[in-house]
Design a protein around this ligand. Structure first.
Ligand SMILES: [Zn+2]
Length: 333
């Protein structure tokens, strides 16, 4: 199985928790495939569909105690490792990240999965809502900076307006503060329009952009992403499901790569969308990527991952060993 990396994965706290509670109770979890069918039939593609992702809560927040948290994070990581991931990053909401002992609980979940999959590392990042009240945002950023010492890997910035140009004056300060704290910074941008891609790509400290799917519409944006060496996190199934592209074959992933843009893969909201990292790599193969190109996606994910230098070096060495062992004989002569 080709080693994979998932660098864009939301925690989906309630859908994951529902799976844990369902398993404990011996009942079936919420039926997301029926939900998907309804949504595709009724809701138009674009922002309207995106907003539906955060509207269904099959499990209550009150049930998310420490034990359930470890179990649901382990569920997320185990699914990823079983799909072949060697590096998985999970994005958490701010209340959780600020909770005492957050990183310790996360590492406990990671440890459970590492016991089953020794070549696997996971990191946690915080999804920061920039539209929060200023005092709240300041508290969240301070909290994230403090958690960096515990191993929090980075932040993912979410803001409004999302599909039209936002004001990045304040965003630049947020990026600066996060980078100073040693946190990696990724930003959601360019999923449904070209808005914000250029502004975000030009911020020092931003090394990754979640989606940037619409960058194909503007050659200058493609040049900019390549020049700034920003890694684009492509979530193929999610882009199709929410309508960022009409069909998989229209996805610009190959075009990005041909333009010299670094690309890695993500599952985004795998429970709700109904995907796994294995299926995302299969989708990339369907777009015509060779096994070597798929391995490049993993390398890009590990290189751009918000993890320690030590872990990165170990994972890259593993990928090199994998590539050498699986290279055709003729190329080894
Ligand atoms: Zn996302």
């Amino acid at each position: 199985m080709i080693p994979k990396a998932d660098v864009h994965l939301h925690q989906e706290w309630s859908p994951r928790l529902d799976r844990v509670l369902a398993r404990r109770a011996g009942r079936a979890p919420f039926d997301w495939s029926a939900w998907r069918g309804d949504l595709l039939a009724v809701v138009p593609p674009g922002m309207a569909r995106l907003q539906r992702l955060s509207q269904v809560f099959p499990a209550p927040a009150a049930a998310d105690d420490d034990e359930a948290f470890v179990e649901r994070v382990a569920d997320t990581l185990r699914e990823s490792a079983e799909g072949g991931s060697i590096y998985t990053e999970v994005r958490f909401g701010n209340d959780l990240v600020l909770r005492p002992g957050f990183m310790e609980l996360f590492r406990r979940a990671e440890g459970l999965v590492r016991a089953e999959h020794p070549v696997f590392y996971a990191e946690a990042i915080a999804a920061v809502a920039m539209y929060a009240e200023p005092e709240r945002l300041a508290a969240v950023l301070d909290g994230c900076a403090a958690r960096a010492a515990d191993g929090l890997g980075g932040v993912d910035l979410l803001y409004v307006p999302y599909a039209t140009e936002a004001n990045w004056r304040q965003g630049a300060l947020v990026v600066e503060q996060a980078a100073e704290a040693g946190l990696g910074v990724t930003v959601h941008a360019g999923e449904f329009s070209t808005a914000n891609i250029a502004a975000v790509a030009q911020l020092d400290g931003v090394s990754r952009i979640g989606h940037a799917t619409q960058a194909w519409r503007d050659p200058w944006l493609l040049d900019l992403l390549a020049e700034r060496a920003v890694t684009v996190e492509c979530c193929l199934s999610c882009n199709v499901f929410l309508g960022a592209v009409t069909r998989l074959g229209d996805h610009p992933l190959r075009r990005f790569r041909e333009h010299g843009i670094k690309v890695a893969l993500g599952t985004d909201n795998p429970v709700q969308i109904g995907t796994t990292i294995g299926e995302e790599y299969a989708a990339a193969a369907q777009l015509g990527l060779s096994e070597a190109a798929l391995l490049d996606l993993t390398r890009a994910g590990v290189r751009a991952g918000f993890t320690s230098g030590e872990r990165r070096a170990e994972l890259l060495a593993y990928l090199d060993a994998y590539a050498n062992a699986s290279a055709p004989v003729s190329s080894r002569l």
